[in-house]
Ligand binder design. Structure first.
Ligand SMILES: Cc1cc2nc3c(=O)[nH]c(=O)nc-3n(C[C@H](O)[C@H](O)[C@H](O)COP(=O)(O)OP(=O)(O)OC[C@H]3O[C@@H](n4cnc5c(N)ncnc54)[C@H](O)[C@@H]3O)c2cc1C
Length: 572
């Protein structure tokens, strides 16, 4: 039996983008009902763990032209310039709004908002609340969302399918994790705000829940995934756990050192002068790998690493600006950065690619919108600048909320019985997995294989051959993931079934990522091929689109929206 509920719009995801969308929708029409569905309690969404800050113009030496160009250049000219212009224009307003809702931005002595330097940003543009930005932002959003009676929450509901009828998206099918019951949550429009997919890779800053579910839901519903080959490695994650040492550590003046105790980034010419550590993430990650290859990395339990040196900043500055970095380093690796180096290595951090959306957060499927890390509008092109993402969640979360409401107002209710019978079919599919005792594949084993295939084939540096191998292997892993062996037949909090569903989502995306990467025979932003080391605008200045077929992704292309910033060599 499927439980049926009806709302006007359904938002999947309770992180920064989902909550911002919910608030925008609730404000746009207080008479409409908004379902907010999340597989974890909203405050546990990955947004909570963001540390460094959110970008928006705040200083007199900054302007829209500068923020826009930094973002376009950071994207290696693959970002869509209409999206970027809208973003930089609306960013300051969104961050100010967040303060009205309770986000305590750090301030200068004269009362103005304090901003810090971030890689690839030509001036101090990153707003922060010490180094616990995501925590404060998500709190402010969550608290504010509680003021609206028309936002109805479905906490710990796992969405497994989009319900599409009559050519438009009209709701979701979801498993209630607490009870094992199945639900059809119907609406006249749906927003995906499900975040990224870092867990496809073995070393990542991403929380366990970042399994790309929303990307897989859209892909399975026939919507294209865009630019999935572009994966951001953050240069400074802790080896082993992948826990993030925020870019603010470099922004506040920290150094990176190799095993010769050299501040090696000085030798890599990004043209940033004495701010050698403030290169963009793709370039700094490549420099670290080059240090490893030249034998200048330290050797540790989890392979090679370099170190962050904050000692010269002094205890007072570290405690004032980077208290969380000190706390994390002490707890997770047993070092105090006031006196010691923090070991780091590049780790997967962010997906530039995602569900193909336009500047209105709309997808090709009528009634389906997407915002936040799940979406690819594309603001970030081939490489995201640190601190643009949190602001993107706000700016485009709000756009999605308003547009989904508008769509819902103009759409009819649709055929409920057809939607419910789709949900019933989906319930039967999921039920067949529960404690099936059949199947030949173990969840953990396949996840491990997927992780190592992705690291070997689609890491910081890529080769045609290794990407091709990854494409072939991920295809076979995807097929094998249909034959999972589950043991737990309980209904209440059956986390095994959730892991199985997440794995089935991840293997789809791993294949799209590898196939898209193998196709792009150039180096652009985070996609660096050793055998095609230069950017090739002649042949590859377009977005990659991937549509699902049973035999794997069918690739297509979408034009990049250029504007007044002409493509040029990307130099810092
Ligand atoms: C450690 C870390 C630090 C970061 N620091 C910064 C920073 O300083 N500045 C910056 O700009 N960016 C930063 N980023 C990136 C940024 O935080 C994220 O891109 C952003 O927060 C994503 O927000 P989101 O709302 O799109 O998704 P998330 O916050 O990941 O939320 C996703 C939501 O979707 C729900 N969901 C997912 N799948 C399902 C499903 N199947 N069914 C139901 N619900 C589902 C989840 O429950 C969750 O509520 C950081 C990222 C990490 C990992």
């Amino acid at each position: 039996m499927v439980q049926v509920s009806r709302h006007d719009i359904v938002i999947v995801g309770g992180g920064g983008a989902g909550l911002r969308a919910a608030i925008a929708a609730a404000e746009a029409n207080p008479d409409l009902s908004i379902a907010l569905v999340s597989k974890v309690y909203p405050m546990r969404s990955h947004t909570v763990s963001a540390e460094g800050g959110a970008a928006a113009i705040a200083r007199d030496d900054d302007n829209e032209e500068l923020h826009g160009f930094d973002t376009v250049k950071g994207s290696d000219f693959l970002g869509d310039q209409d999206v970027i212009e809208y973003f930089v224009e609306n960013a300051p307003r969104e961050l100010a709004l967040l303060e009205n809702w309770g986000c305590p931005w750090s301030r200068n002595e004269d009362g103005s908002v304090s901003t810090r330097a971030f890689g690839g940003m030509s001036t101090k543009r990153t707003w922060y609340a010490t180094d616990k930005v995501g925590f404060h932002m998500l709190h402010a959003l969550f608290q504010h969302s509680l003021r609206f009676d028309n936002i109805v929450r479905y906490d710990e509901f796992f969405v497994t399918k989009l319900l599409v009828e009559d050519g438009r998206c009209q709701g979701v099918a979801a498993l209630e994790i607490r009870t094992g019951e199945f639900h059809a949550i119907l609406g006249r429009s749906v927003i995906l705000a499900t975040g990224g997919a870092g867990k496809i890779f073995p070393f990542t800053t991403n929380g366990t829940i970042k399994t790309g579910d929303g990307m897989a839901l859209a892909y399975q519903a026939g919507v294209a995934l865009k630019d999935m080959e572009f994966v951001q490695y953050h240069p400074t994650g802790l080896p082993g756990t992948g826990i993030l040492i925020t870019e603010a550590a470099r922004g506040e003046g920290g150094y990176l050192r190799n095993n010769k105790d050299e501040r090696f980034l000085v030798d890599y010419d990004y043209g940033v002068g004495d701010k050698a550590e403030l290169g963009p993430r793709d370039m700094v990650s490549r420099a670290i790998i080059q240090e490893f290859e030249a034998g200048r990395g330290f050797e540790g339990r989890y392979g090679k690493y370099c170190v962050v040196d904050l000692r010269h900043l002094g205890e007072k500055h570290i405690d004032a600006k980077l208290p969380f970095v000190r706390e994390l380093a002490k707890i997770y690796i047993g070092v105090d950065p006031v006196h010691e180096y923090i070991p780091i290595r590049p780790v997967v951090h962010y997906m530039m690619g995602g569900v193909d959306t336009d500047i209105n957060a709309a997808t090709e499927l009528p009634g389906l919108f997407a915002a936040g890390e799940v979406a690819c509008a594309s603001l970030n092109g081939a490489n995201r600048l640190g601190s643009n993402s949190l602001t993107e969640c706000l700016v485009f979360g709000a756009v999605a909320g308003r547009n989904a409401i508008e769509f819902a107002q103009g759409a009819g209710e649709g055929n409920s019985s057809a939607l419910v019978s789709q949900a019933e079919e989906e319930a039967a599919r999921v039920e067949a997995l529960r404690g099936n005792g059949r199947g030949n594949e173990k969840i953990a084993g396949l996840r491990h294989e997927m992780n190592s295939t992705m690291e070997a084939g689609c890491g910081v540096y890529r080769m045609q051959e290794s990407m091709q191998i990854a494409a072939t292997e991920t295809r076979s892993i995807r097929k094998r993931a249909a034959d999972l062996h589950l043991k737990d037949s309980s209904r209440v909090f059956n986390t095994e079934i959730v892991s199985a569903l997440e794995l089935q989502n991840m293997v789809e995306l791993a294949e799209v990522l590898a196939v898209s990467a193998a196709h792009r025979k150039e180096s652009r932003g985070a996609h660096t091929c050793r055998d095609y080391p230069t950017r090739d605008d002649q042949s590859f200045l377009y977005h990659t689109l991937a549509h699902r077929t049973d035999d794997g992704p069918r690739l297509g292309r979408k034009e990049v929206k250029l504007g007044h910033w002409e493509p040029q060599e990307r130099k810092y």
